[in-house]
Design a protein around this ligand. Structure first.
Ligand code: C5P
Length: 223
């Protein structure tokens, strides 16, 4: 059973803000577990697609999610025993994740799954509602952001490095659409928790951002 006393560092923020990279480095620095909650929504979108379930069909999605057989192991994601690490990163599944994420019934089913990642000695969790909904009692809450232009450029560079053809204007447009959908949905919208620390990373390197999270986490646990 997850223990409320186990420390959680909750990192929320918009798409491509660098949360995932930073959260993983913080987790490995502290020897904590890591939860990529966005991956859970991506898996739900992919599983629905595989089973022919519409991303708009809330009841069917919630029902499907109760039976999801997923495993995170050594940087790989497994669905029904098959590796889907790359399959959940496509632009189509990115859009699907943000479409399925608007459904309250689906979110309710995925809540228990996410809370289950809270294990000793601690957890670093990244997403949109880590500090507000999933781990409201987290010791450390951070809202990590960067301008839409900087985020789009980072995503563009990542894709190019992987040899994937991409268009910067399309990426920017897509990010803005997802940001708006995530911020305006009725349940668990993306927002800064009022007691979260705002970390704007447009001008920071990854190392500087990781250090800022570690410093803030130390301050919040000692105060
Ligand atoms: O973080 P990532 O881009 O992988 O998330 C994919 C989508 O999953 C987001 O656009 C968002 O709609 C949804 N999501 C969410 N709540 C979370 C994490 C992700 O609604 N905690």
């Amino acid at each position: 059973m997850p223990q409320p006393s186990i420390p959680v560092i909750a990192i929320d923020g918009p798409s491509a803000s660098g949360k995932g990279t930073i959260a993983q480095l913080v987790a490995s620095e502290l020897g904590y577990h890591y939860l990529d909650s966005g991956a859970i929504y991506r898996i739900a979108a992919l599983a629905a697609k595989n089973q022919g379930i519409s991303w708009q069909d809330e009841a069917a999605l919630a029902n499907m999610a109760k039976k999801l057989n997923i495993r995170f192991e050594q940087n790989q994601i497994y669905l029904d025993g098959k590796i889907i690490t790359e399959a959940v990163r496509t632009e189509e599944i990115s859009r699907g994740a943000s479409e399925v994420a608007v459904h309250p019934q689906l979110r309710a089913v995925l809540l228990g799954l996410q809370k289950g990642f809270r294990k000793a000695p601690g957890l670093v969790a990244d997403g949109r509602d880590m500090a507000t909904v999933v781990f409201p009692d987290a010791q450390t809450k951070i809202y990590l952001t960067a301008s839409a232009e900087v985020r789009a450029e980072r995503r563009y560079k990542q894709l190019k490095e992987k040899g994937i053809h991409a268009n910067l204007a399309d990426i920017l447009q897509d990010l803005q659409t997802r940001d708006t959908r995530d911020q305006q949905r009725s349940v668990a919208p993306l927002q800064k928790s009022e007691n979260a620390k705002l970390l704007e990373t447009s001008m920071l390197s990854i190392e500087q951002a990781v250090q800022a999270v570690l410093d803030y986490s130390e301050q919040s646990t000692s105060s």
